[in-house]
Design a protein around this ligand. Structure first.
Ligand code: PMP
Length: 451
């Protein structure tokens, strides 16, 4: 890209024409050129799903280097929840960029970091004294939540769930369940991480109480509460397949943690910030986590993450024990303050619920006429369909991949997930219009019918 490249100057944001426009086969010639350079210059491990090079995005579309306009049902994995290049966010970034770009909060603190911490303390569930610390990525937030829990308890063991995903750093790979592609060949992994089954109603058929009892028994017998620093759980599991636990599962685990001096960490990196129709998914299940990790939607695409929780737990790390050169970067904080303003004041919770209504109704209608959709689940604008062999209920990853690929070829960005690779997840930006959302779902339905 050069600065004179006209496509590089395409303005994004909500004023982009809100339409699906497929002018070329994907990738078109310009994207193909960039992707060929990518494969020469970028490590093969950094893969991509949609074969286009983006030049602009906003509302419900991503525009590529050939002028194709794709319907965005992924939000860059649940990040651009308020919409890509949202005008309030873009203005806040620009204003901060000319003020100062960095001092390092550990050297010369600044107000915007404190503003974000105050907002996190206020918005996260739990009416108790809270504190926050800011980092750069979801994985980094998870690492720090575990550090804090270990320091607070003086214990080492950490429990994560089957189907859990917490990142790609060494500790978070250990916490993550799925081997391929996240862990395979990258060990040895961090020690003192244990995995127990959670609640996956479609596949385990257990009530929330039964699933919690199963997990707690394993923890007590195989680890011992006295050795356990923390249990970390995504309230709705994201990468693992948008798994919504049965009612009562999460409260029972939280109660057990509280009774046993174990820190309960809710990893809300994917579920946080209005995505599920609540500000945080923990609210849906009536739990108040001791610590909550956040990232993704918090800053509308700028790298920012947080750990928020009970002040006495957060304060257990000694001065200098937490931080990092860029954590809570001022431009990322400016973006977060603007995004949080949009979440709170521009009807985002209501919009997530409306989008959830459309997604659920459309996918349930598809399921009613096509037994290859075994389950439809989710909350708000975080909904998925699980694809199965109707005869056996076995996961059908091949069908899932084929449907996603066909939808993408038609200009609809959809993402797959799931331990078994048999889930298509829908995470549209909340700035998408109903028409575009329905058109995207029409194309997914047609792709399924044709598969
Ligand atoms: N936790 C959860 C629940 C996530 O969904 C993700 C990212 N998909 C992460 C942690 C890791 O976040 P990041 O990629 O920003 O490190």
């Amino acid at each position: 890209m050069t600065l004179t490249d006209p496509l590089a100057l395409t303005a994004g944001g909500p004023s982009l024409p809100q339409e699906r426009r497929v002018l070329t086969a994907l990738p078109g010639p310009r994207s193909a050129e960039i992707l060929a350079r990518k494969s020469d210059a970028v490590a093969a491990g950094v893969a991509h799903t949609v074969p286009v090079a983006a030049v602009a995005a906003g509302g419900g579309v991503v525009v590529d280097a050939d002028g194709n306009s794709l319907i965005d049902l992924g939000s860059g994995i649940a990040v651009t929840t308020v919409g890509n290049a949202h005008p309030k966010v873009a203005a806040a970034i620009a204003a901060q960029a000319v003020q100062f770009t960095h001092t390092c909060f550990m050297i010369s603190p600044y107000e915007s970091y404190v503003d974000v911490a105050e907002a996190l303390n206020r918005l996260t569930p739990g009416d108790f004294a809270k504190k926050s610390a800011l980092f750069n990525s979801g994985a980094e937030a998870v690492e720090n939540a575990v550090k804090i829990a270990r320091k607070h308890t003086g214990r080492q063991a950490v429990v994560a769930l089957d189907h859990g995903y917490h990142g790609r750093t060494n500790l978070t790979m250990a916490l993550t369940a799925k081997s391929m592609p996240y862990k395979s060949g990258f060990g040895p992994f961090a020690p003192e991480v244990y995995r127990v089954p959670g609640s996956y109603p479609f596949r385990d058929g257990l009530s929330g109480a039964e699933a919690a009892a199963r997990a707690i028994t394993l923890i007590e017998k195989q680890i011992g509460a006295d050795n356990l620093a923390a249990v970390i759980i995504e309230p709705i599991q994201g990468e693992g397949g948008f798994i919504v636990p049965a009612d009562g599962f999460l409260p029972a685990v939280v109660d057990w943690c509280r009774d046993n001096g174990v820190v309960f960490i809710a990893d809300e990196v994917q579920t946080g910030f209005a995505r599920t129709g609540a500000m945080f998914a923990s609210e849906i299940f009536g739990i108040e986590p001791d610590l909550i990790t956040t990232a993704k939607g918090i800053a509308a695409g700028l790298p920012l993450a947080g750990v928020t929780g009970r002040a006495e737990i957060m304060d257990s790390a000694h001065a200098g024990g937490l931080g990092g050169t860029y954590g809570g970067n001022p431009i990322a904080c400016a973006a977060a303050i603007a995004a949080i303003d949009v979440f709170e004041n521009d009807g985002m919770l209501e919009r997530a619920a409306q989008i959830g209504g459309i997604l659920t109704a459309r996918l349930e209608a598809m399921r009613a006429s096509d037994p290859r959709i075994g389950d439809v689940r989710g909350h708000g604008a975080m909904v998925a369909a699980e694809f199965v062999d109707p005869a056996t209920g076995a996961p059908d990853a091949a069908l899932t991949g084929a449907v996603a690929k066909a939808a993408i070829a038609q200009g609809v960005i959809v993402l797959t997930c799931g331990t078994f690779g048999n889930v298509i997840r829908f995470l549209p930006p909340l700035a998408i219009g109903d028409d575009l959302l329905n058109e995207g779902l029409d194309i997914v339905a047609a792709a399924l019918a044709a598969a």
